[in-house]
Design a binder for this molecule. Structure first.
Ligand code: GLU
Length: 434
């Protein structure tokens, strides 16, 4: 494991002459933070600290494959800022992962925990690998290797990982077990998103989607839209997207007319039954080919004339290339970073109400925080308590974001970023960092 000095890792410029089409997520996160700093008129020292990670850890993981060969996987843990509390954020296993993506996700985690007013900082992990081509035992060895490499960097009061794209409660269980083996003690609070039987929290599975649904409810109240029988489209059908399908129907009475995953999408104007679509995906590996529905592409899904669009997959799907064509009234970002800053301006001008990622998908980390609290006290709450506390957090964060966006005359995302950056700055200031 090497500890990198972030100032020497070749970060791109954060200047105003950046290229318009720069879709590097790190540069996007840095520009967003810079704008919030400008709005708040923060001193240079604070800006310097906020625009790069405090620490990062890089490792090459050697993992034995089932056929006896050894493969090497690059792995990262980035701690963007922990002024408000221990680092917090998921670990992503993805073939297209880059260190700059992990950095951006760590930056967004910092803003997310702050806008939700959780006593946590922001961090993120990633491994460049293709979990779809790993056996269960290879995945276990990779998960354990990650923890061996990062064991000094993480801990319940240092930095607490969790699931992200392509990592599951089972992966969290292996990771916790490896950490506990290294330190010879039970430490369930080292990681969240665990299975219930080893210290997971009830309500963590659907928490990302549930938080997003509560946020959509708040937005609809504000905009005076009655969501009953109104339409929704969901791009991405992983943990967030598939539960969003279920909860949009069950909690909001909406009609989900289109869903998609990395292989493509399906569309049915009368609405898609979430049980049947989930069962089809379970059986075939994709939503594509779902009987009785038309096939559509991910690009077409994003441009459907629906009331709510849920981008629930990866970064940069709403850009200046398609933002003029988005017809949804509400864009509820369950993915991290799905909308570029150029697209934000276009959507804002066109009156599309964007629920920004750091608020809309914060249900996951919020219930992760509840999981940590339960682990620390070794006492577990019931589902109604989790749902109530999550609802309160989302509803309060929504109100604060909306109030700030109105006060500054800016779009919701910048409003949320101003709230978050201000809180992180206050913590850095009282600590004497800036
Ligand atoms: N990976 C999730 C996110 O992006 C959850 C993080 C957590 O629970 O710590 O918010």
């Amino acid at each position: 494991m090497s500890v990198n000095n972030p100032t020497s890792t070749g970060f791109g410029p954060v200047s105003s002459n950046r290229h318009q089409l720069d879709e590097n997520p790190l540069h996007i996160a840095q520009r967003q933070i810079e704008r919030a700093c400008e709005a708040l008129n923060l001193p240079t020292t604070a800006r310097k600290l906020l625009r790069q990670p405090l620490r990062e850890f890089h490792a090459m993981l050697s993992v034995q494959m089932d056929d006896g060969s050894v493969e090497v996987f690059p792995a990262y843990r980035v701690q963007w800022n922990d002024a408000r509390g221990p680092g917090k954020g998921g670990i992503r296993f993805h073939p297209q992962e880059t260190v700059d993506t992990v950095r951006a996700l760590a930056a967004w985690m910092t803003l997310k925990t702050a806008v939700m007013d959780l006593p946590l900082g922001g961090a993120k992990g990633g491994v460049i690998c293709d979990p779809k081509h790993l056996s269960k035992s290879e995945l276990e060895r990779l998960s354990r290797a990650y923890i061996r490499a990062m064991s000094q960097a993480i801990g319940p009061d240092i930095d607490v990982p969790a699931p992200d794209v392509y990592t599951t409660p089972q992966v969290m269980a292996w990771m916790m077990d490896e950490y506990e083996s290294i330190f010879s003690r039970r430490q369930p609070g080292v990681i969240t998103g665990k299975p219930l039987c080893v210290g997971g929290s009830i309500g963590r599975n659907d928490a990302t989607a549930r938080g997003g649904i509560y946020a959509v409810r708040e937005a609809a109240n504000l905009l005076k839209i009655d969501l009953k029988d109104k339409t929704a489209a969901i791009q991405g059908y992983g943990n967030a997207g598939s539960y969003a399908h279920q909860l949009a129907v069950e909690l909001l009475g909406m009609r989900v007319v289109a869903v998609s995953d990395s292989r493509g999408g399906v569309y049915a104007p009368e609405g898609l039954d979430y049980r049947k679509v989930q069962e089809h995906k379970q059986r075939t590996g994709s939503v594509v080919g779902y009987p009785g529905a038309q096939t559509i592409s991910n690009e077409e899904l994003l441009e459907l004339n629906v009331t709510v669009l849920f981008p629930s997959a990866l970064e940069n799907v709403i850009t200046e290339r398609n933002a003029e064509c988005i017809r949804a009234q509400i864009v509820a970002e369950l993915a991290n970073g799905p909308t570029t800053p150029e697209a934000d301006e276009i959507l804002h001008r066109r009156g599309v109400f964007v629920l920004p990622d750091i608020l809309c998908n914060a249900g996951g980390v919020t219930v992760s925080y509840f999981e940590q609290v339960q682990n620390a006290s070794n006492f577990y709450w019931d589902e109604a308590t989790i749902h109530r506390l999550l609802d309160e957090r989302i509803t309060n964060a929504f109100a604060t974001m909306h109030q700030t966006a109105t006060e500054y005359g800016v779009h919701n995302r910048l409003g949320a970023h101003i709230v978050a950056v201000k809180r992180v700055y206050e913590a850095m200031k009282v600590r004497g960092w800036a």
